[in-house]
Unconditional design. Structure first.
Length: 587
């Protein structure tokens, strides 16, 4: 039996004193649930989820207790990148339904008290967008081409790409055009797939068009926008070559590793002095901020309750904080937190810096562990550090496989830390069921362009996009009435189906529901964090208002501090001990 000793306050005191949210600033402390429409619920049986499917299941989300939903793209699209290639920003793709279906979804959500955030994809359109079709047909130097980034090639006959930039999905970021007679012409830039040409954000027409798109959805009643690739819209003047830092991930982002921990511990890991463009000439250029200042004004015309959320893979955190200055976006996803390894000093450091830096600009911090681009967190935490793939690389047959039991245990504990922190939390559909990544998805079923474009060296993101299980004994686990499913579901999803978890107080679903309810009851989202020290070491413990949150990352059991345990990530024995890889909330 472990000794029961007190957690003690550190001398550092509160690291964040966020201003108390005004009644209409729901987003400062909200729990937002990400819906990936094609994998949520399929009402018409074609194997792809749709808007009526979402509407039908909204009560399950209200019951979970979330404040808002964010919908990944459902707009008209050839689906070259699962809808992040938009051909019409104001229409719903028939795959997902109609505009009337969207209006019904919005009304249904609002009736249940759920806010609705939609995805906005401004860095690029689909190559099927009428503007790009016109640009290809138009001459070099024409106004049609000026909406995108066309350049002459280098070398003899312009046969080499204009610079050395690589696409995030692999291969060159440039594709050469050809005239009707096959004569090779200029090149166009696509930071992602060739079917996703980058807009020229220097073009007044592009700027006006997106302000109009914002208004279109605001007029319909949406509560906000998640802004795709928010750090990519402006490129360095002259499009200079990229001197690639091999440590950086695909989107110019270097996640902290356990090795970095040593540096953090001896002080060498302090926040570096941030500079413009340090992630490369295509990412995080200062000019992006002008765009968001204009958008903030547009959104502000609709009141204080509508928000902009940046998807910006930007580091260091002080650069990320620039996106949430008072006259820019309201929130930015905290991917540094998402990629924090299972190592207490780094976790504490990342949380501290996130709160301090956002606090400086008066913005709430967001917390996120999973989304449609990264290996689901229970599977990440089931891998040894040395086996961790880069975030969007995926896991497949032949790769080291996660320890499912360890991952599930750590995943639940990490969730209690996230939901115990002040600020706003983003959940990804299926994490409330404890879904793991599908790590044995047959490679021939893969649809993420990453797999093809990386010449089959990076498996990509299909493993976290598998349709979610609703009913264990129904076709496609209740995802679709016909049993069709655009990606095959693993057998492990059956036991995790929502109906199997519904009445089980020890289920992951119950844990999420309880955590969200207690978080609201104790107003943790609007709270203040104060670090505690714990004699056990390698334990992260903090106080948020009346609640103590503690996670044991030490590898062995440690004593619980005094107080009543109101929530534990796994059932505890009554011996005053906190087992390894378990988190608790106490009052
Ligand atoms: C980020 C989105 O989350 C991802 O799914 C997409 O592939 C890229 N942006 C390109 O739009």
């Amino acid at each position: 039996m472990a000794d029961r000793s007190d957690a003690r306050r550190t001398v550092t005191g509160p690291v964040a004193a966020p201003r108390r949210p005004a009644a209409d600033e729901w987003w400062r402390h909200a729990v937002v649930y990400q819906i990936y429409p094609r994998s949520f619920a399929d009402s018409d049986g074609d194997g792809i989820g749709d808007l009526p499917g979402i509407t039908a299941h909204l009560p399950a989300l209200a019951d979970l207790g979330v404040d808002a939903i964010w919908l990944s793209p459902f707009y008209v699209s050839p689906q070259a990148d699962a809808g992040y290639d938009v051909a019409d920003y104001r229409r719903v793709d028939p795959l997902f339904g109609t505009l009337a279906d969207f209006d019904a979804l919005l009304a249904g959500a609002h009736e249940l008290g759920l806010k609705v955030i939609v995805d906005l994809v401004p860095n690029h359109s689909s190559s099927a967008h009428p503007w790009f079709v016109d640009a290809l047909a138009a001459a070099p130097g024409s106004p049609q081409r000026d909406r995108y980034i066309f350049r002459d090639g280098k070398g003899p006959g312009g046969s080499e790409p204009p610079n050395n930039w690589e696409s995030v999905f692999g291969g060159s970021a440039w594709t050469r055009t050809a005239g009707a007679d096959g004569t090779p012409g200029q090149w166009y830039l696509h930071l992602f797939a060739p079917e996703q040409p980058d807009f020229n954000w220097g073009s007044a027409e592009v700027q006006e068009e997106f302000e109009s798109v914002l208004r279109f959805w605001l007029d319909r009643g949406v509560d906000g926008f998640r802004v795709d690739v928010a750090h990519g819209l402006a490129k360095a003047p002259g499009l200079p070559d990229h001197h690639v830092d091999p440590r950086l991930g695909a989107m110019g982002f270097e996640p902290p590793t356990a090795k970095d921990a040593r540096a953090h511990l001896d002080g060498a890991g302090a926040e570096p002095t941030p500079t413009d463009g340090q992630m490369g000439p295509m990412w995080d250029q200062n000019e992006v901020h002008e765009i968001y200042r204009r958008w903030r004004k547009v959104v502000g015309e609709y009141g204080h309750e509508r928000i902009l959320v940046a998807e910006a893979w930007v580091q260091p955190l002080s650069r990320l904080a620039n996106y949430v200055r008072a006259d820019e976006m309201h929130q930015a996803f905290n991917f540094t937190f998402l990629e924090t390894p299972w190592y207490a000093p780094i976790l504490q450091d990342v949380v501290t810096r996130s709160l301090q830096l956002n606090n400086r600009v008066g913005a709430p911090t967001t917390w996120v562990l999973s989304n449609h681009d990264v290996v689901r967190h229970p599977s990440r935490f089931g891998l040894a550090d040395a086996e961790q793939p880069k975030p969007q690389q995926g896991i497949g047959l032949g790769d080291p496989q996660p320890d499912a039991a360890l991952g599930s245990k750590r995943g639940r504990a990490a969730t209690l830390v996230m939901l115990g922190l002040p600020g706003s939390a983003y959940l990804y559909q299926g994490e409330e069921l404890g879904l793991p990544e599908h790590t044995t998805l047959p490679d021939d079923a893969r649809q993420d362009p990453t797999w093809l474009r990386s010449q089959h060296t990076r498996r990509g993101r299909d493993g976290c996009r598998v349709p979610i299980p609703w009913v264990a004994d129904a076709p496609a686990l209740g995802f679709s009435p016909t049993g069709e499913s655009w990606l095959p579901q693993p057998e492990s999803f059956r036991a995790l189906a929502r109906d199997r978890q519904a009445g089980d107080p020890d289920s992951t679903l119950a844990l999420y529901r309880d955590a969200i309810a207690l978080r609201r009851h104790y107003a943790l989202g609007a709270g203040t964090l104060e670090w505690l020290t714990h004699p056990g070491g390698r334990v992260v413990a903090f106080r948020n208002g009346d609640v103590t949150v503690m996670i044991n990352m030490s590898g062995h059991e440690v004593p619980l501090p005094p107080g009543e345990v109101i929530l534990a990530s796994l059932p505890l024995k009554d011996d005053g001990a906190l087992p390894a890889d378990v988190a608790v909330w106490l009052v």
